[in-house]
Design a protein around this ligand. Sequence first.
Ligand code: PMP
Length: 431
Amino acid sequence: MELLAKQKSLETRAVIYSKAFPFAIDSAKGATVRDVDGNLFIDWLSGICVLNLGHNNPIIAEAVRSQLDQVWHALEIPSEVRIRFLEKMHSVLPGTLNGHAKTLLTVTGADACETAVSLAKHITGNGTIVAFGGSYHGINQGIVSATSSRHYLETSGAIRYGVFHLPFPYSYRFPFPVEKRADEGKIILRYFEHLLTDDHSGLDKPAGIIVEPIQGEGGYILPPDDFLPGLREIATRFQIPLIIDEVQTGFGRTGKFWGCELTETSPDIMCVSKSVGAGFPLSLIAYREEYDESLPDGFHIGTYRGNPIAMAAGAASIDYIEKENLLRRVNVLGRKAKSEFQRISESSKYVGDVRGVGFMIGNEIVESRETKAPAKDRASQLRRSMFENGLLMHTCGHFGNVLRFMSPLIISESLLEKGLRIYGDAVRVLT
Ligand code: PMP
Protein backbone atom coordinates (compact mmCIF):
# COMPACT_ATOMS: atom_id res chain seq x y z
CA MET A 1 0.00 0.00 0.00
CA GLU A 2 2.91 2.29 0.76
CA LEU A 3 4.37 1.80 -2.73
CA LEU A 4 0.94 2.32 -4.28
CA ALA A 5 0.59 5.60 -2.40
CA LYS A 6 4.05 6.71 -3.55
CA GLN A 7 3.20 5.81 -7.13
CA LYS A 8 0.06 7.90 -6.83
CA SER A 9 2.04 10.92 -5.68
CA LEU A 10 4.66 10.58 -8.45
CA GLU A 11 2.94 9.16 -11.52
CA THR A 12 -0.03 10.23 -13.57
CA ARG A 13 -3.47 9.46 -12.20
CA ALA A 14 -4.27 7.96 -15.61
CA VAL A 15 -2.68 4.56 -14.88
CA ILE A 16 -5.01 1.57 -15.29
CA TYR A 17 -3.31 -1.68 -14.31
CA SER A 18 -2.39 -0.68 -10.77
CA LYS A 19 -6.02 0.29 -10.23
CA ALA A 20 -7.27 -3.07 -11.54
CA PHE A 21 -4.66 -4.93 -9.46
CA PRO A 22 -3.89 -2.80 -6.38
CA PHE A 23 -0.67 -4.42 -5.15
CA ALA A 24 3.08 -3.90 -5.45
CA ILE A 25 5.27 -6.59 -6.97
CA ASP A 26 8.31 -7.88 -5.20
CA SER A 27 9.33 -10.66 -7.57
CA ALA A 28 7.96 -13.05 -10.16
CA LYS A 29 8.77 -16.51 -11.46
CA GLY A 30 7.15 -18.65 -14.13
CA ALA A 31 3.40 -18.15 -13.86
CA THR A 32 3.49 -16.63 -10.37
CA VAL A 33 4.01 -13.18 -8.91
CA ARG A 34 4.86 -12.39 -5.28
CA ASP A 35 3.80 -9.07 -3.79
CA VAL A 36 5.80 -7.03 -1.29
CA ASP A 37 3.70 -8.45 1.58
CA GLY A 38 4.70 -11.98 0.64
CA ASN A 39 1.39 -13.03 -1.01
CA LEU A 40 1.70 -15.33 -4.02
CA PHE A 41 -0.53 -14.83 -7.08
CA ILE A 42 -1.13 -17.05 -10.08
CA ASP A 43 -0.50 -14.85 -13.09
CA TRP A 44 -3.01 -15.13 -15.94
CA LEU A 45 -1.96 -11.75 -17.33
CA SER A 46 1.49 -12.53 -18.73
CA GLY A 47 2.02 -8.76 -18.84
CA ILE A 48 -0.71 -8.79 -21.55
CA CYS A 49 0.72 -11.66 -23.61
CA VAL A 50 4.31 -10.41 -23.29
CA LEU A 51 5.53 -13.16 -20.99
CA ASN A 52 4.45 -16.23 -22.95
CA LEU A 53 7.51 -18.03 -21.57
CA GLY A 54 6.82 -16.82 -18.04
CA HIS A 55 8.55 -14.46 -15.67
CA ASN A 56 12.32 -14.78 -15.29
CA ASN A 57 12.50 -17.82 -17.55
CA PRO A 58 15.99 -19.22 -16.76
CA ILE A 59 16.82 -19.91 -20.43
CA ILE A 60 15.94 -16.35 -21.42
CA ALA A 61 17.75 -14.98 -18.35
CA GLU A 62 20.89 -16.84 -19.41
CA ALA A 63 20.71 -15.46 -22.97
CA VAL A 64 20.24 -11.94 -21.61
CA ARG A 65 23.07 -12.32 -19.09
CA SER A 66 25.52 -13.38 -21.75
CA GLN A 67 24.42 -10.54 -24.06
CA LEU A 68 25.09 -8.07 -21.23
CA ASP A 69 28.79 -8.83 -21.66
CA GLN A 70 28.66 -8.05 -25.38
CA VAL A 71 26.67 -5.01 -26.55
CA TRP A 72 23.53 -3.24 -25.25
CA HIS A 73 22.69 -0.67 -27.89
CA ALA A 74 23.96 -0.57 -31.45
CA LEU A 75 21.45 1.28 -33.67
CA GLU A 76 21.18 -0.73 -36.91
CA ILE A 77 24.83 -1.75 -36.98
CA PRO A 78 24.97 -5.53 -37.35
CA SER A 79 26.13 -7.67 -34.47
CA GLU A 80 26.14 -11.41 -33.99
CA VAL A 81 22.96 -11.29 -31.91
CA ARG A 82 21.08 -9.19 -34.48
CA ILE A 83 21.78 -11.63 -37.29
CA ARG A 84 21.08 -14.66 -35.08
CA PHE A 85 17.74 -13.18 -34.07
CA LEU A 86 16.79 -12.20 -37.62
CA GLU A 87 17.69 -15.61 -39.02
CA LYS A 88 15.59 -17.35 -36.39
CA MET A 89 12.73 -14.91 -36.93
CA HIS A 90 12.77 -15.48 -40.69
CA SER A 91 12.83 -19.25 -40.16
CA VAL A 92 9.47 -19.14 -38.35
CA LEU A 93 7.62 -16.67 -40.60
CA PRO A 94 4.24 -17.95 -41.79
CA GLY A 95 3.09 -18.97 -45.26
CA THR A 96 4.43 -17.15 -48.28
CA LEU A 97 6.48 -14.78 -46.13
CA ASN A 98 8.74 -17.68 -45.20
CA GLY A 99 11.88 -17.43 -47.33
CA HIS A 100 10.56 -14.36 -49.16
CA ALA A 101 10.43 -11.60 -46.58
CA LYS A 102 12.26 -8.59 -45.32
CA THR A 103 12.03 -7.35 -41.75
CA LEU A 104 12.09 -3.87 -40.26
CA LEU A 105 12.70 -3.62 -36.53
CA THR A 106 10.57 -1.36 -34.32
CA VAL A 107 10.05 -0.99 -30.56
CA THR A 108 6.39 -1.33 -29.54
CA GLY A 109 3.25 -2.90 -30.93
CA ALA A 110 1.85 0.46 -31.99
CA ASP A 111 5.18 1.31 -33.60
CA ALA A 112 5.07 -1.90 -35.65
CA CYS A 113 1.45 -1.32 -36.74
CA GLU A 114 2.22 2.31 -37.54
CA THR A 115 5.13 1.21 -39.75
CA ALA A 116 3.00 -1.45 -41.44
CA VAL A 117 0.39 1.14 -42.38
CA SER A 118 3.04 3.55 -43.70
CA LEU A 119 4.49 0.74 -45.79
CA ALA A 120 1.10 -0.19 -47.26
CA LYS A 121 0.45 3.47 -48.13
CA HIS A 122 3.87 3.77 -49.70
CA ILE A 123 3.42 0.62 -51.80
CA THR A 124 -0.05 1.41 -53.10
CA GLY A 125 0.06 5.20 -53.17
CA ASN A 126 -3.41 5.11 -51.60
CA GLY A 127 -4.43 6.67 -48.31
CA THR A 128 -7.30 4.74 -46.75
CA ILE A 129 -6.87 1.78 -44.43
CA VAL A 130 -9.57 -0.83 -43.93
CA ALA A 131 -9.77 -2.00 -40.30
CA PHE A 132 -12.42 -3.72 -38.19
CA GLY A 133 -14.80 -2.76 -35.41
CA GLY A 134 -13.36 -3.97 -32.10
CA SER A 135 -9.80 -3.76 -33.39
CA TYR A 136 -6.86 -2.57 -31.32
CA HIS A 137 -3.59 -1.65 -33.00
CA GLY A 138 -2.16 0.87 -30.51
CA ILE A 139 -2.82 4.46 -29.60
CA ASN A 140 0.00 6.53 -31.09
CA GLN A 141 -1.18 9.58 -33.02
CA GLY A 142 -1.25 7.80 -36.36
CA ILE A 143 -2.29 4.23 -35.66
CA VAL A 144 -5.01 5.21 -33.19
CA SER A 145 -7.12 5.93 -36.28
CA ALA A 146 -7.21 2.19 -37.01
CA THR A 147 -7.99 1.31 -33.38
CA SER A 148 -11.75 1.25 -33.05
CA SER A 149 -12.27 2.54 -29.50
CA ARG A 150 -13.97 5.95 -29.21
CA HIS A 151 -12.31 6.37 -25.81
CA TYR A 152 -8.78 6.21 -27.23
CA LEU A 153 -9.67 8.31 -30.24
CA GLU A 154 -10.98 11.01 -27.95
CA THR A 155 -8.17 10.91 -25.37
CA SER A 156 -5.41 10.88 -27.99
CA GLY A 157 -6.69 14.07 -29.60
CA ALA A 158 -5.38 12.74 -32.91
CA ILE A 159 -6.62 14.01 -36.22
CA ARG A 160 -7.92 10.81 -37.70
CA TYR A 161 -6.60 9.59 -41.04
CA GLY A 162 -8.71 7.72 -43.54
CA VAL A 163 -9.86 4.47 -41.98
CA PHE A 164 -12.91 2.50 -42.98
CA HIS A 165 -14.03 0.10 -40.25
CA LEU A 166 -15.84 -3.00 -41.40
CA PRO A 167 -17.70 -5.07 -38.80
CA PHE A 168 -15.76 -8.03 -37.39
CA PRO A 169 -17.60 -11.37 -37.20
CA TYR A 170 -18.31 -11.11 -33.48
CA SER A 171 -20.73 -13.95 -33.26
CA TYR A 172 -22.18 -13.23 -29.82
CA ARG A 173 -23.19 -9.74 -30.87
CA PHE A 174 -23.50 -9.94 -34.64
CA PRO A 175 -25.86 -7.17 -35.74
CA PHE A 176 -27.49 -8.98 -38.68
CA PRO A 177 -29.66 -12.11 -38.58
CA VAL A 178 -27.87 -15.19 -39.95
CA GLU A 179 -28.81 -18.83 -40.21
CA LYS A 180 -25.46 -20.14 -39.14
CA ARG A 181 -22.26 -18.79 -37.70
CA ALA A 182 -20.23 -19.41 -40.82
CA ASP A 183 -22.44 -16.90 -42.68
CA GLU A 184 -21.25 -13.97 -40.57
CA GLY A 185 -17.83 -13.80 -42.15
CA LYS A 186 -19.33 -14.29 -45.61
CA ILE A 187 -21.75 -11.39 -45.22
CA ILE A 188 -18.94 -9.04 -44.19
CA LEU A 189 -16.75 -10.19 -47.07
CA ARG A 190 -19.60 -9.77 -49.54
CA TYR A 191 -20.16 -6.24 -48.27
CA PHE A 192 -16.43 -5.53 -48.58
CA GLU A 193 -16.48 -6.72 -52.19
CA HIS A 194 -19.43 -4.46 -52.85
CA LEU A 195 -17.52 -1.51 -51.37
CA LEU A 196 -14.58 -2.25 -53.63
CA THR A 197 -16.49 -2.78 -56.85
CA ASP A 198 -19.08 -0.01 -56.63
CA ASP A 199 -17.50 3.39 -57.30
CA HIS A 200 -20.33 5.02 -55.40
CA SER A 201 -19.96 2.90 -52.27
CA GLY A 202 -18.13 5.63 -50.37
CA LEU A 203 -14.88 3.72 -49.86
CA ASP A 204 -11.70 5.21 -51.34
CA LYS A 205 -9.17 2.89 -52.93
CA PRO A 206 -7.67 1.18 -49.88
CA ALA A 207 -3.95 1.30 -49.10
CA GLY A 208 -4.20 -1.80 -46.95
CA ILE A 209 -6.35 -3.98 -44.72
CA ILE A 210 -5.27 -4.41 -41.09
CA VAL A 211 -6.71 -7.28 -39.08
CA GLU A 212 -6.02 -9.31 -35.94
CA PRO A 213 -6.39 -13.08 -36.47
CA ILE A 214 -8.20 -13.18 -33.12
CA GLN A 215 -9.27 -9.85 -31.71
CA GLY A 216 -7.46 -9.26 -28.43
CA GLU A 217 -8.46 -6.07 -26.65
CA GLY A 218 -11.77 -6.29 -28.55
CA GLY A 219 -12.80 -9.32 -26.49
CA TYR A 220 -10.91 -12.48 -27.54
CA ILE A 221 -13.04 -12.93 -30.61
CA LEU A 222 -12.21 -15.82 -32.91
CA PRO A 223 -13.69 -15.30 -36.41
CA PRO A 224 -15.20 -18.19 -38.40
CA ASP A 225 -12.57 -20.34 -40.14
CA ASP A 226 -13.29 -19.04 -43.62
CA PHE A 227 -13.03 -15.36 -42.68
CA LEU A 228 -9.29 -14.68 -42.89
CA PRO A 229 -8.82 -16.87 -46.00
CA GLY A 230 -11.74 -14.98 -47.61
CA LEU A 231 -10.15 -11.66 -46.72
CA ARG A 232 -6.86 -12.94 -48.16
CA GLU A 233 -8.59 -13.86 -51.41
CA ILE A 234 -10.17 -10.40 -51.76
CA ALA A 235 -6.88 -8.69 -50.86
CA THR A 236 -5.09 -10.64 -53.59
CA ARG A 237 -7.79 -10.07 -56.20
CA PHE A 238 -7.91 -6.31 -55.57
CA GLN A 239 -4.16 -6.00 -54.92
CA ILE A 240 -4.53 -4.57 -51.44
CA PRO A 241 -1.75 -5.41 -48.97
CA LEU A 242 -3.10 -7.56 -46.13
CA ILE A 243 -1.56 -6.53 -42.80
CA ILE A 244 -1.97 -9.17 -40.13
CA ASP A 245 -1.43 -7.86 -36.63
CA GLU A 246 0.13 -10.73 -34.65
CA VAL A 247 1.13 -8.51 -31.73
CA GLN A 248 -1.08 -10.39 -29.25
CA THR A 249 -1.65 -13.67 -31.10
CA GLY A 250 1.97 -14.45 -31.97
CA PHE A 251 4.60 -16.61 -30.30
CA GLY A 252 2.46 -19.65 -29.59
CA ARG A 253 -0.43 -17.96 -27.81
CA THR A 254 -3.09 -19.66 -29.97
CA GLY A 255 -1.44 -23.08 -30.18
CA LYS A 256 0.12 -22.18 -33.53
CA PHE A 257 3.26 -20.10 -33.73
CA TRP A 258 1.19 -17.35 -35.41
CA GLY A 259 -2.56 -16.81 -35.17
CA CYS A 260 -2.86 -16.59 -38.97
CA GLU A 261 -1.61 -20.19 -39.17
CA LEU A 262 -4.86 -21.37 -37.60
CA THR A 263 -6.41 -20.83 -41.03
CA GLU A 264 -3.23 -20.96 -43.13
CA THR A 265 -3.60 -17.34 -44.16
CA SER A 266 -0.46 -15.58 -45.39
CA PRO A 267 0.04 -11.91 -44.57
CA ASP A 268 1.67 -9.45 -46.97
CA ILE A 269 2.82 -7.48 -43.94
CA MET A 270 2.88 -8.87 -40.41
CA CYS A 271 3.19 -6.95 -37.13
CA VAL A 272 5.06 -8.66 -34.30
CA SER A 273 5.62 -7.44 -30.74
CA LYS A 274 4.90 -8.37 -27.11
CA SER A 275 6.31 -11.88 -26.56
CA VAL A 276 8.97 -11.53 -29.26
CA GLY A 277 11.20 -9.80 -26.66
CA ALA A 278 10.10 -12.09 -23.78
CA GLY A 279 9.64 -8.99 -21.60
CA PHE A 280 12.19 -6.68 -23.22
CA PRO A 281 10.78 -4.06 -25.61
CA LEU A 282 11.10 -5.24 -29.20
CA SER A 283 8.85 -5.33 -32.23
CA LEU A 284 9.09 -5.61 -35.97
CA ILE A 285 7.25 -5.95 -39.21
CA ALA A 286 7.93 -8.69 -41.74
CA TYR A 287 6.78 -8.07 -45.29
CA ARG A 288 6.98 -9.34 -48.86
CA GLU A 289 10.51 -8.79 -50.11
CA GLU A 290 9.40 -7.00 -53.28
CA TYR A 291 7.89 -4.23 -51.12
CA ASP A 292 11.45 -3.40 -50.10
CA GLU A 293 12.63 -2.36 -53.55
CA SER A 294 11.22 1.17 -53.54
CA LEU A 295 11.85 2.09 -49.91
CA PRO A 296 14.03 5.18 -49.42
CA ASP A 297 16.80 5.16 -46.78
CA GLY A 298 15.38 5.95 -43.37
CA PHE A 299 11.85 5.06 -44.48
CA HIS A 300 10.80 4.58 -40.86
CA ILE A 301 13.37 4.99 -38.12
CA GLY A 302 13.82 5.20 -34.35
CA THR A 303 16.84 5.27 -32.02
CA TYR A 304 15.85 2.28 -29.91
CA ARG A 305 14.85 -0.11 -32.67
CA GLY A 306 16.36 -3.59 -32.45
CA ASN A 307 17.76 -3.57 -28.94
CA PRO A 308 20.48 -6.27 -28.63
CA ILE A 309 19.35 -7.47 -25.18
CA ALA A 310 15.78 -7.87 -26.43
CA MET A 311 17.01 -9.64 -29.56
CA ALA A 312 19.05 -12.09 -27.45
CA ALA A 313 15.86 -12.81 -25.51
CA GLY A 314 13.90 -13.11 -28.79
CA ALA A 315 16.31 -15.61 -30.35
CA ALA A 316 16.28 -17.70 -27.16
CA SER A 317 12.46 -17.58 -27.10
CA ILE A 318 12.14 -19.03 -30.59
CA ASP A 319 14.59 -21.80 -29.65
CA TYR A 320 12.66 -22.49 -26.47
CA ILE A 321 9.27 -22.75 -28.19
CA GLU A 322 10.69 -25.19 -30.73
CA LYS A 323 12.81 -27.31 -28.38
CA GLU A 324 10.18 -27.59 -25.66
CA ASN A 325 7.41 -28.37 -28.15
CA LEU A 326 5.42 -25.61 -26.50
CA LEU A 327 2.72 -25.45 -29.18
CA ARG A 328 1.60 -28.99 -28.39
CA ARG A 329 1.35 -28.08 -24.72
CA VAL A 330 -0.75 -24.99 -25.51
CA ASN A 331 -3.12 -27.09 -27.61
CA VAL A 332 -3.59 -29.79 -24.97
CA LEU A 333 -3.86 -27.50 -21.93
CA GLY A 334 -5.80 -24.86 -23.86
CA ARG A 335 -8.50 -27.43 -24.74
CA LYS A 336 -8.63 -28.56 -21.14
CA ALA A 337 -8.95 -24.98 -19.87
CA LYS A 338 -11.64 -24.11 -22.42
CA SER A 339 -13.79 -27.09 -21.54
CA GLU A 340 -13.50 -26.19 -17.86
CA PHE A 341 -14.46 -22.56 -18.61
CA GLN A 342 -17.42 -23.91 -20.56
CA ARG A 343 -18.44 -26.21 -17.72
CA ILE A 344 -18.28 -23.31 -15.25
CA SER A 345 -20.32 -21.10 -17.58
CA GLU A 346 -23.13 -23.66 -17.78
CA SER A 347 -23.84 -23.30 -14.08
CA SER A 348 -23.91 -19.50 -14.12
CA LYS A 349 -26.50 -17.19 -15.59
CA TYR A 350 -23.86 -14.48 -15.86
CA VAL A 351 -21.43 -16.10 -18.30
CA GLY A 352 -22.98 -15.55 -21.72
CA ASP A 353 -20.23 -16.82 -24.00
CA VAL A 354 -16.98 -18.77 -23.82
CA ARG A 355 -14.76 -18.56 -26.90
CA GLY A 356 -11.23 -18.69 -28.20
CA VAL A 357 -8.44 -21.14 -28.78
CA GLY A 358 -5.15 -22.12 -27.17
CA PHE A 359 -4.29 -19.81 -24.28
CA MET A 360 -6.53 -17.06 -25.59
CA ILE A 361 -9.97 -17.71 -24.10
CA GLY A 362 -12.63 -15.09 -23.45
CA ASN A 363 -15.53 -15.37 -21.00
CA GLU A 364 -18.18 -12.75 -21.67
CA ILE A 365 -20.04 -11.63 -18.55
CA VAL A 366 -23.64 -10.48 -19.00
CA GLU A 367 -26.59 -9.43 -16.85
CA SER A 368 -28.57 -12.37 -18.18
CA ARG A 369 -28.32 -14.88 -21.01
CA GLU A 370 -31.60 -13.63 -22.47
CA THR A 371 -30.79 -9.93 -22.73
CA LYS A 372 -27.02 -10.37 -23.23
CA ALA A 373 -26.67 -6.94 -21.61
CA PRO A 374 -22.94 -6.42 -20.95
CA ALA A 375 -22.10 -6.62 -17.23
CA LYS A 376 -18.92 -4.61 -16.84
CA ASP A 377 -19.39 -4.10 -13.10
CA ARG A 378 -19.86 -7.82 -12.52
CA ALA A 379 -16.72 -8.53 -14.57
CA SER A 380 -14.78 -6.05 -12.42
CA GLN A 381 -16.29 -7.63 -9.29
CA LEU A 382 -15.07 -11.04 -10.52
CA ARG A 383 -11.61 -9.66 -11.24
CA ARG A 384 -11.45 -8.21 -7.73
CA SER A 385 -12.64 -11.38 -6.03
CA MET A 386 -10.12 -13.52 -7.97
CA PHE A 387 -7.39 -11.04 -7.05
CA GLU A 388 -8.32 -11.38 -3.37
CA ASN A 389 -8.03 -15.14 -3.77
CA GLY A 390 -4.64 -15.09 -5.48
CA LEU A 391 -5.42 -15.07 -9.21
CA LEU A 392 -4.63 -12.26 -11.66
CA MET A 393 -7.15 -12.28 -14.51
CA HIS A 394 -7.92 -9.23 -16.62
CA THR A 395 -10.84 -7.91 -18.63
CA CYS A 396 -11.15 -6.74 -22.24
CA GLY A 397 -13.90 -6.35 -24.82
CA HIS A 398 -16.11 -3.68 -26.38
CA PHE A 399 -17.82 -3.21 -23.01
CA GLY A 400 -14.99 -4.19 -20.64
CA ASN A 401 -17.01 -7.27 -19.65
CA VAL A 402 -14.86 -10.12 -21.01
CA LEU A 403 -12.54 -12.00 -18.65
CA ARG A 404 -9.62 -13.27 -20.62
CA PHE A 405 -7.41 -16.25 -20.00
CA MET A 406 -3.89 -15.34 -21.16
CA SER A 407 -1.62 -17.17 -18.77
CA PRO A 408 2.04 -17.81 -19.59
CA LEU A 409 2.25 -20.84 -21.87
CA ILE A 410 4.60 -22.58 -19.44
CA ILE A 411 2.14 -22.65 -16.52
CA SER A 412 2.18 -26.00 -14.71
CA GLU A 413 -0.93 -28.12 -14.98
CA SER A 414 -1.50 -27.94 -11.23
CA LEU A 415 -1.35 -24.12 -11.18
CA LEU A 416 -3.68 -24.01 -14.17
CA GLU A 417 -6.15 -26.22 -12.29
CA LYS A 418 -5.81 -24.11 -9.16
CA GLY A 419 -6.49 -20.96 -11.19
CA LEU A 420 -9.56 -22.56 -12.76
CA ARG A 421 -10.84 -23.46 -9.29
CA ILE A 422 -10.43 -19.85 -8.14
CA TYR A 423 -12.22 -18.61 -11.26
CA GLY A 424 -15.02 -21.18 -10.81
CA ASP A 425 -15.49 -20.26 -7.13
CA ALA A 426 -15.63 -16.55 -7.99
CA VAL A 427 -18.25 -17.15 -10.69
CA ARG A 428 -20.30 -19.37 -8.39
CA VAL A 429 -20.68 -16.68 -5.72
CA LEU A 430 -21.30 -13.85 -8.19
CA THR A 431 -24.55 -12.09 -7.40
N1 PMP B 1 -1.83 -4.64 -31.70
C1 PMP B 1 -2.41 -5.52 -30.88
C2 PMP B 1 -3.17 -6.68 -31.47
C3 PMP B 1 -2.34 -5.37 -29.50
O1 PMP B 1 -2.94 -6.26 -28.69
C4 PMP B 1 -1.61 -4.27 -28.97
C5 PMP B 1 -1.47 -4.04 -27.47
N2 PMP B 1 -2.36 -4.66 -26.65
C6 PMP B 1 -1.02 -3.37 -29.87
C7 PMP B 1 -1.13 -3.60 -31.22
C8 PMP B 1 -0.24 -2.18 -29.38
O2 PMP B 1 0.92 -2.57 -28.73
P1 PMP B 1 1.67 -1.55 -27.74
O3 PMP B 1 0.85 -1.46 -26.49
O4 PMP B 1 3.01 -2.21 -27.50
O5 PMP B 1 1.80 -0.26 -28.45
